[in-house]
Every structure is written in C-alpha cells, then in structure tokens.
Design a protein around this ligand. Structure first.
Ligand code: NAD
Ligand code: UDX
Length: 464
C-alpha cells in the first residue's frame, strides 16, 4: 500500500514537529496538519517562520523547507480526513478535571471526538494512528466507534506513540532510539503496519523500528514515561539525604551512573520534574492499575508523584525558612518559568508551584524566561485559582532584563536550566541585591565555588 496523503489531527507540540519531520523525509507525500484552534493554525502559517507557535531548536528551518511544498496547516479538518489514506490522531489527552477518575484518569473526549469525526467524514478505507499517549486498550474504543458507522469503510488502528522530548524534539525525531508501532497481527493489520514502517524507513534504520501488538505499544509509552520520571524522583529523594549527611548528589549521581546497568542519563537532581507528560501519564497508569484492583502496583507508581510534589514544596519552604521565616514584601527573582530549557512550554512547570507557595506568603516576584511571555505566566498562576487574578498581577512582574529582575531582590531562584543564565554578570547582580544575597539554584546550574567567592549565600539541590 503506497501512502500519498497523510492527515494529522492536532497541531501541537507533537503533531507539528512530528509531521514536519515526516514531510521533510517524504517529499512525495502530502502531509496536512489540522487543528480546531484557528489561532494556532494561523501561527503555523505565519509568513515569518520565527512566529510558529512552538519553540523548538531546528523546527523553524524544517517548516521553512517543507511548508507549502508538501506540508500544510489547515482548520479544515473534514477535508483533510476525507483526502487522507492515513490519519494520525495527535490531540491532547489531559488529566480529567471532572467526574469519575477526576485528577487521575486521562480525559479522552478529544480522542473520541476525532474518532466520531473520522467516522462521519470517511468514504474510503483509512489507517488511523494513535499518536497521542493513551491508556492501554483505547484502540478498542476507537475501533468500536469506527465499526458502527455502517458505511462499509474499513479501518485499521495502529498505535505509534511518540517519544520525543521537548527542547530536543527535532534531534529526537531525526535520530530516535526506536520507533514503536503496534498493530493487529492479521493480514490487513500487517499491511497497515508495513505502510507506516515504510514512511519511517525514509530516514530511520529498519532495526530501530519495533513492531508489537497494539496493547503492548500503548502500555510501553506509559511505562517509558513512568520509568524516566521514577529516576528523577529517585535522585531527588537522595538529594535530601545528601543535604543532611554532607554527601553531594552530583557526585552520587556520577558514581552510580557509571554503572552501565544504571546508566548516567536522567539522574539530574532538580526542583522537580514538570511538563505535560510525566505527571499525567503516571496518574493515568495509577488509575488503570487501580481499576484492575492492583492496589500495590498503583501505590508503587503513585509514590513517584508524591516525591515530586514534595520536592517542589521542599524547595519553596527552604527559601522561606532561609529568608528568616518571612518573605512577605520581599522581592524574589525567578530565573526560568518553562518546565525545562529550550522550550516555551510551561505545562506543570515546577516554577508555577514554587511561585504559588511564595505568593501565599506575600512575596513579590519578578520573573524572566527567555521564551515565555507575560500573559502565559499570569495564565499559569490564574489557573490554580489560589488568589484573584488582580492579586497575581499585583505581586508578580515580568522583565527580559536580568539586571532589572534581580535588582534589590533578597533572593534569586533558578527554576529552569537555560544556558544564558550562566552568561550573566553575577558580580553585577550581587552588587545590586539586598544583603545577604541568596541564590537558590533549583537546577544546580551555576558554579557554586564562583558564586560563593562573589559573596552569595548559594544553595543548590542535594549539596550543602
Ligand atoms: P497540544 O495540546 O500541544 O496539542 C494538541 C492539539 O490538538 C491542540 O492544538 C488542540 O486544539 C488540538 N485538538 C484537540 N482536539 C481536537 C479535535 N477534535 N480536532 C482538531 N484539533 C483538536 O498537545 P501535545 O503536547 O502535542 O500532546 C498531544 C499528545 O501527544 C498527548 O496525548 C500527549 O500525551 C502526547 N505526547 C506529548 C509529548 C510532548 O512532549 N508534548 C511527547 C509525547 C507524547
Ligand atoms: C518526556 C519524555 O522524556 C519523552 O520521551 C516523552 O515523549 C514526553 O515526556 P519531556 O517531558 O518533554 O519528555 O522532557 P524531559 O526531558 O523528559 O523532562 C521532563 C522533566 O523532568 C523536566 O522538567 C526536566 O527538567 C526534568 N528532569 C529530567 C529532571 O529534573 N532531571 C533529569 O535528570 C531529567
């Protein structure tokens, strides 16, 4: 089966970059990314590629190369579904905020809407691909919706979860550790799998393309994120033990990471993991385990989240305690708001929760993030509903000038590991701060010895 026309529903952090890379390596295939968010599509179509809605190193170059050639962005979802032989569903699957499973289960309403729209529009056979991260056995739901349309259209459902990390999306897509494709092990299922394999083979070695049954593929995605997040919570748990014993968490991480069975990646102690995936996917895993009555399994994974919440709270409380038990009316500089460097995404960023705790104590915050705008910062705080929006605007200000952000501050906090924070003139920052001048480095980013030589009271994670 030769694919000539692909549609992707969802022009977000996954749909946009993934389809751009597929289009780049498959110039003969027309790829149309559709979204019901008209503003987002307009931004993808902005004549200046620097204005596309997602910041990812290398992405704008690929969009410049492919957009209008074989990559298109549109709000006409029906037309794109109608035309395509292969449809990726890459819509958001956030944690439910209502009803059964509230605060734990994935909200699949957008997935179901997509399935219903496909069922309504399709007039010929389609391969439907789950690109979104989904609870194990969701393909069953999609299949059931598509099967009951009665218009004779045949569907094959594949699971093709995405493993890219934000900030390195293009690198991860160009050179993935593996591509995972789950499908039915019958003749038609195999044909669909082969069609998708062919698209990836345009740039990925065959041995890196793994095929499994649908349920293994769905569950592997949740499991991969749970394992990665577990490593961060594990090293963060050890970071507190380091602080009370005189061990240094960076030395411990290096020492254990050299054991090839453990490996050195994902052992960076921090103020806590953020991002739209880890928490959502683990909560979902916990919910699934509970729904099958597997209490011990659920409790085991839930602890990863409990530890992460503790790490964020612990960081904020340490600031308050160190600033003589009161931050009321004190200016605190926030360097970083995104959940990690090289992205403009702030979903579940630790910075939001640390800020919220400090604001409860009436601190005055001044924030700088190289890629996050003022409105997003206010929206993130307002979303928590901890205080009135006017109050957030009164207590929080934003600037792009680090020297203004830190001027007269009692403390500077590092919440995101942006490289540029290391290039600042820290002597100048010190000279203009209130004394004693505190730095709370939630990313162990700055040079501790240099900072102490300048005169800062410098604290990082897992080192005292
Ligand atoms: P996102 O919120 O950035 O994008 C999703 C888009 O889908 C939105 O623009 C929304 O308007 C659109 N949408 C929702 N329902 C629609 C519908 N019925 N019709 C048309 N458009 C619709 O989300 P994302 O970060 O790209 O994540 C998408 C999925 O990929 C999630 O399941 C997520 O768990 C998974 N994932 C995300 C990442 C990541 O790093 N962000 C990595 C791997 C997997
Ligand atoms: C994650 C997975 O890595 C990716 O495979 C999946 O597709 C989506 O979820 P992402 O959330 O974009 O990607 O970024 P990631 O690099 O995993 O970082 C997640 C969070 O953990 C960030 O807040 C990061 O700062 C934090 N982190 C990561 C640490 O605190 N320490 C580490 O050692 C690694």
């Amino acid at each position: 089966m030769k694919i000539t026309n692909i549609c992707c529903i969802g022009a977000g952090y996954v749909g946009g970059p993934t389809m751009a890379v597929i289009a780049k390596h498959n110039p003969d295939i027309k790829v149309t990314v559709v979204d019901m968010n008209a503003a987002r599509i307009a931004a993808w179509n902005d004549s200046d590629v620097n204005n596309i809605p997602i910041y990812e190193p290398g992405l704008s170059d690929i969009v410049a190369e492919t957009r209008g050639r074989n990559l298109f962005f549109s709000t006409d979802v029906d037309q794109a579904i109608f035309d395509a032989e292969m449809i990726f569903i890459s819509v958001n699957t956030p944690t439910k905020t209502y009803g059964k499973g509230k605060g734990m289960a994935s909200d699949l309403k957008y997935i179901e809407l997509c399935a219903r729209q496909i069922a309504h529009v399709a007039k010929d056979d389609k391969i439907v691909i789950e690109k979104s991260t989904l609870p194990v056995r969701t393909a069953q739901t999609i299949k059931s919706i598509l099967k009951h349309t009665g218009n004779g259209v045949q569907y094959q459902i594949l699971s093709n979860p995405e493993f890219l990390a934000e900030g390195t999306a293009i690198r991860d897509l160009e050179n993935p550790d593996r591509v995972l494709i789950g499908g039915d092990h019958n003749e038609e299922g195999q044909k669909a799998i082969d069609a998708l394999v062919k698209i990836y083979e345009a740039w990925i070695p065959k041995e890196k393309i793994l095929t499994t049954n649908v349920w293994s593929s769905e569950l592997s995605k949740l499991t991969a994120n749970a394992f990665l997040a577990q490593r961060v919570s594990s090293i963060n748990a050890i970071s507190e033990l380091c602080e009370v014993t005189g061990a240094d968490v960076t030395e411990v991480a290096r020492s254990i990471g050299m054991d090839s069975r453990i490996g050195s990646k994902f052992l960076q102690a921090s103020v806590g993991f953020g991002g739209s995936c880890f928490q959502k996917d683990i909560l979902n895993l916990v919910y699934i385990a509970k729904s099958y009555g597997l209490t011990e399994v659920a409790d085991y994974w839930e602890q990863v989240i409990i530890m992460n919440d503790y790490q964020k709270t612990r960081f904020a409380h340490n600031i308050i305690r160190t600033l003589y038990n009161t931050v009321s009316g004190k200016k605190i500089a926030f360097l970083g708001w995104a959940f990690k460097k090289d992205t403009n995404d702030t979903r579940e960023s630790a910075a939001i929760y640390v800020a919220d705790i400090l604001l409860n104590e009436q601190a005055e915050l001044m924030v700088l993030d190289p890629k996050v705008d003022k409105e997003t910062i206010y929206a993130d705080l307002d979303y928590l509903k901890t205080r009135a929006p006017e109050e957030n605007r009164k207590l929080v200000d934003v600037s792009s000038d680090p020297y203004e952000v830190c001027k007269d501050a009692h403390a500077v906090t590092i919440l995101t590991e942006w490289d540029e924070f290391n290039t600042y003139d820290w002597q100048k920052i010190f000279d203009n701060m209130k004394k004693p001048a505190f730095v709370f480095d939630g990313r162990n980013l700055l040079d501790a010895i240099k900072m102490k030589e300048i005169g800062f009271m410098y604290e990082s994670i897992g080192v005292r």
